[in-house]
Design a protein around this ligand. Sequence first.
Ligand code: SF4
Ligand code: SF4
Length: 378
Amino acid sequence: MKYKVGCARCYEYERGKVLQALKEAVARADGFPKLKKQMIVKPNILAPRRPEEAVTTHPEVVKGLITLVRETVSSDMEFVVADSPGYIFTEQRDMLFQVTGMADLSRDGLATVELLSDRGLVEVEKEDAKSLKSLRVARIWLDEKYSTINVAKLKTHVETLITGCIKNIFGIADRKTRKEAHASITQRKFLDAIVDIYALREPDFHVMDAVTVMEGNGPSHGNPRTGGWIFASNNALAIDMVAAYLMGYEDPLSVPLLKAASERKYGPSSLNDIELVGATLEELRIDDYKRVVSFISQMPSFIRGMVHNLVYFYPFLNRDTCLKCGICKKVCPVDAIRMETFPIIDRAKCVKCLCCHEMCPNGSMALRESLLKKIIKR
Ligand code: SF4
Ligand code: SF4
């Protein structure tokens, strides 16, 4: 069986153009599956960042998707648009939705916009999980009265190399479970934790916003660039593999997260298993896409700790711009950061997960290259 991925060109977030591209991509993916009247749409709302920064799914893609479902399935569908940010203070909740543009959806009467945790969390025991046997996730996500659509953003990621449809579902887990995942003893355990969370309930359909994408040190502090595509499919891994190829991964399964999902049979086992509709592989490829290059991510965390001055990226505070907000301390999965007015990193504890870098609102937790990386670059 081939996994179909519908592709449509889209170079800007102009409402009519986005809607047209969504129509084409979804039709090329054989349309929506049977959907229930109540739906959860899961965009990437990682942090309170403006749509043009390419950190979050663009609100025009979410609007276009809701409009398309109403036009093609039923006009009386009801939508909840929800995600969990990496970290926000309670008082930042409204600001999160305002800044990302998602508040427009509720203002325009298209959807209820909320945090995934708003309707409670549920503990799930999964004996067959590869990494996390006990997970705490958003109750609403597991509620079978809702259909689910995943609306991912294509970005680089300093830990997982790419973040797309599979990684976007990591957001259904609450912060405790996500911290446990980040503190995994090996990179493979971390990747399996992401797949464990994804596997709790696979979304009914997937769309990827690759109109403007992120390159460099994503998912929060890379640079936006034009991607030029919207993708649609009923298989998350198929879209992610196509997106990885676009980024320059000749073999998308060389991306460890995608390999982990493929080995667990959540989609294609090679590009040959994918039927692209609306594009050729050659048309997708962006030759000068700036990817993350990582090998520290392959190491067990105890080795990462021992060799942290020898290998690759590590977080480094820029005091001149630090807001002293303490978000880095709150997101650190191994309590390696204490606040003494400014954050202080305990290098012996740090496992180089780079969550502090990812969630710093001001880019003040920068990345520094290790000695070995500098040598390799020469
Ligand atoms: S490094 Fe970033 S997250 Fe940490 S206190 Fe400073 S501004 Fe806040
Ligand atoms: S200090 Fe930063 S990179 Fe190190 S473990 Fe904590 S969050 Fe991860």
